[in-house]
Design a protein. Structure first.
Length: 108
């Protein structure tokens, strides 16, 4: 992790990466770049999803990461609200209080 992150931000970052592992495990090439155009639309969508889930879960535990999370989602969505809307059901499902159960089930 980057130096200088607050404890809240460090916790949220771990949740973000774990959300990727749970939500996007079957996507083999998450770092695909469209030649001459930057990250693929799939990668952009995965970043939006993982950060939105991480923000929701971190908030449920009392961590305030809105300063970073809002701009991160905005940047990866390219400011296109449709990208966020397209994933709202997945974000809701993975942000649900049972997320902790999903984490425990995947560990054992």
């Amino acid at each position: 992790m980057s130096d200088g992150l607050s404890p809240d931000q460090e916790a949220k970052t771990l949740i973000h990466e774990y959300a990727h592992a749970l939500m996007h495990a079957d996507y083999d090439d998450r770092f695909t770049v469209v030649e001459g155009a930057g990250p693929s639309p799939e990668r952009q969508q995965m970043e939006v999803e993982a950060e939105a889930v991480a923000y929701c879960v971190a908030s449920a535990f009392g961590f305030d990461t809105s300063d970073y999370s809002v701009s991160y989602v905005w940047a990866w969505s390219g400011g296109d609200k449709r990208k966020l809307r397209a994933s709202l059901e997945r974000i809701r499902r993975w942000s649900h209080p049972s997320w902790g159960t999903a984490m425990n089930d995947s560990l054992f």
